[in-house]
Design a binder for this molecule. Structure first.
Ligand code: ADP
Ligand code: F6P
Length: 322
């Protein structure tokens, strides 16, 4: 149970994701509407340790809902894993009169939030990552934008690939998770989708598939490869050597993390940001806001970190079938 909250702070941590600004805006404006003071912590836990803490007013978050990235900046701060450093973070919060923090990030960021909660700072996490790899939620802030950005880029590569009758391997982000790859695989009509969760590393199967399709008259072959598998360039060389077909690799990279958030990312991030403040005001701490079975709910961080999820086998089967 949280103590009485009068001043809250918001920070973004880990990889940035489109929609984080919408979440920051919602946290700031909801908190102000509910009579709280709000502070922004720049550069994640690193900024907390360096006391990069600013007061935030409603106007400070004007004109950001449509912008990618995070106006607060983000960082990976490995030293925050050390108990003495976490204690320093909690002491800094107390020094600045911060009773609660909304942490926008992924699983790693929640562990930092959990440590602060244990040290008496109320914490609520928001799922911010393009990877969709947070088990407690069906939605993460940024995935929808990233997958649409990747889909549009892949459409463009497909145009040139079809014109030259080539095979294309396109590598999408996702760290160890295949969600972006699966979605692009379906949305772009890929011939093969390689996901870390299911790929058997049998390249001969892919080669046979390309050759069979060519015999049937298909003039191009699109392979979506997930970052967790990687090696797209060397794979393209081996496939070209085995099939005799011109094969090119494209690694989409960081463009997938930037850009204007989609309507879904703006709206869901706004609802989640507002709910984070309200959940904290209900007296809760050490919780994550999640979207499950069509509803926005809050989940204990401990439980959230223990949950697992994987690619839906039926969705993967459909992707291969159609
Ligand atoms: P994400 O939040 O997207 O999963 P990271 O795993 O890089 O990204 O974590 C972001 C930050 O969260 C780390 O740089 C670190 O500051 C903090 N963090 C990660 N793991 C822990 C941990 N076990 N304890 C405390 N803080 C952590
Ligand atoms: O978590 C988002 C993500 O873009 C992953 O898809 C990727 O593996 C990772 O971050 C890259 O991290 P960095 O920005 O540290 O290179």
């Amino acid at each position: 149970m949280a103590g009485k909250v009068k001043t809250i702070a918001v920070l973004t941590s880990g990889g940035d994701a489109p929609g984080m600004n919408a979440a920051i805006r919602a946290v700031v404006r909801t908190a102000i509407s509910r009579g709280l003071k709000v502070k922004g912590i720049k550069r994640g836990y690193m900024g907390l340790l360096n006391e990069e803490i600013i007061d935030m007013q409603a106007r400070d978050v004007s004109d950001i809902i449509q912008r990618g990235g995070t106006i607060l900046g983000t960082a990976r701060c490995l030293e925050f894993k050390k108990p003495e450093v976490q204690q320093k973070g909690a002491d800094i919060c107390k020094k600045h009169g911060i009773d609660g923090i909304v942490v926008i990030g992924g699983d790693g960021s929640y562990r930092g939030a959990q440590s602060l909660s244990r040290l008496g700072i109320n914490t609520i996490g928001l799922p911010g990552t393009i990877d969709l790899d947070i088990a407690c939620t069906d939605y993460t802030i940024g995935f929808d934008t990233a997958v649409n950005t990747a889909m549009q880029a892949i459409d463009k590569v497909k145009d040139t690939s079809s014109s030259h009758e080539r095979c294309s391997i396109i590598e999408v982000m996702g760290r160890n998770a295949g969600y972006i790859a699966l979605w692009c695989g379906i949305a772009n009509g890929a011939e093969d989708i390689l996901l870390p969760e299911v790929y058997n590393y049998d390249e001969q199967e892919i080669i046979n598939h390309i050759i069979e399709n060519r015999k049937k008259g298909k003039t191009h072959h699109l392979i979506i490869n997930a970052e967790g598998i990687g090696h797209s360039v060397s794979m393209s060389r081996r496939i070209e050597a085995a099939t005799g077909l011109e094969t090119r690799a494209t690694i989409l990279g960081y463009m997938q993390r930037g850009g204007n958030p989609t309507a879904r990312d703006r709206v869901y991030a706004s609802i989640m940001g507002a709910k984070a403040v309200d959940v904290m005001l209900e007296g809760k701490t050490n919780r994550v806001i999640a979207h499950r079975h069509g509803e926005f709910v809050d989940v204990d961080i401990e439980e959230a970190l223990q949950m697992t999820k994987s690619i839906d086998p039926y969705q993967y089967e459909i992707a291969q079938m159609i």
